[in-house]
Design a binder for this molecule. Structure first.
Ligand code: SF4
Length: 322
């Protein structure tokens, strides 16, 4: 991505929460660029901090420390005016299409709400935009005056996508947008997001817990474990040359459509529990579960370093090859 233009940069970002018993380090010193027009997949198990990182990137959660830069400008999200302006650029599609739509509002009011908040268009033009957006996501204008409970899960997710698009954002965080849907519907939503990205030039941060889900939609993939990015690479490179022991385990855990390949696959079952993000270990966060951990791993944290051009790994046992 050397010629690509950076849209968002997270620079040494931390997001901590005070909880009883200490400080929960949801995101711990993460640095990441997201390029214009790309889909960056963000993968990891539940509780690894990926949703929090997505919310930091779109400004819902101001970072505890570190910098968030958008289009070359550092954002001070403690200022309400900056938050309001950035909210027009960055939107989110939520995981649960059942819980994320207000059941008392019609589809038209759900989609038009953001346009009203941002003072976009008069009422007549907003209504036209609602019809356009419904058609853009594969629904139709007859759906505008209905309520969310009248729709299937896949249709509700389409409404959620239309809502996110209404204020013409440049960047969308897709927070596990297909996890709550039937498998038969998942590929339809993935294809829709892909088409919309091409048509509208959108930039996506696509969050998922399964590496196999992000494979087809992502240009690059970042793997997260306990608040840290542990591997980041071009999508093809990551699958061809998986280097971090956690990414390898995550990849081997997913299903393979070909039954023969499934039988031959060398499954790596992770032992041990994910350590608490409140009391993270002294050394590598993955040391307690890593099949190749050594003494050094328990003593010092590995830094994320470039191993081959564009491929970054945080592991003491993976040496740069450049
Ligand atoms: Fe495993 Fe050590 Fe690498 Fe961590 S640093 S992933 S414990 S080998």
């Amino acid at each position: 991505m050397s010629n690509a233009v950076k849209l968002i940069t997270l620079d040494d970002v931390c997001k901590y929460f005070k909880v009883s018993g200490g400080t929960l380090k949801a995101v711990d010193h993460v640095s990441l660029d997201i390029y214009k027009g790309e889909t960056l997949g963000l993968v990891g198990e539940s509780g690894c901090g990926k949703s929090t990182l997505g919310r930091v990137a779109m400004g819902i959660h101001p970072a505890t420390s570190g910098k968030l830069t958008y289009n070359g400008e550092e954002l001070n999200l403690r200022k309400a005016e900056t938050r309001f302006k950035y909210a027009k650029k960055a939107q989110i599609i939520f995981q649960d299409p059942y819980a994320s739509l207000d059941p008392r509002m019609t589809v038209a009011s759900i989609i038009a709400e953001g346009m009203e908040i941002h003072g976009m268009y008069d009422a007549k033009k907003r209504q036209e935009r609602v019809y356009e957006l419904l058609e853009l996501v594969g629904l139709n204008r007859e759906h505008a005056n209905r309520f969310p409970h009248e729709f299937s899960g896949g249709q509700r997710q389409r409404i959620g996508i239309a809502r996110a698009l209404a204020i013409e954002p440049e960047f969308i965080v897709c927070d596990e947008p297909i996890s709550a849907l039937d498998v038969s519907i998942q590929s339809q939503i993935i294809n829709l997001l892909h088409d919309l990205q091409e048509k509208l030039g959108l930039t996506f941060l696509f969050i998922a817990h399964d590496l196999n889900i992000v494979k087809y939609i992502s240009d690059r993939i970042a793997v997260m474990y306990l608040g840290n990015v542990v591997e980041l690479a071009d999508s093809t490179e990551l699958y061809k040359n998986t280097l971090h022991p956690y990414s390898k385990a995550l990849l081997s855990a997913g299903p393979i459509p070909d039954p023969n390949a499934e039988a031959q696959k060398n499954r790596q079952i992770l032992s041990g529990d994910v350590p608490s993000p409140i009391n993270t270990p002294k050394g590598c966060n993955f040391a307690g579960r890593c099949p190749v951990a050594c003494d050094k791993c328990r003593e010092s944290k590995p830094a994320l370093q470039e191993i081959v051009p564009g491929h970054f790994v945080a592991c003491h046992l993976v040496e740069p090859q450049m």
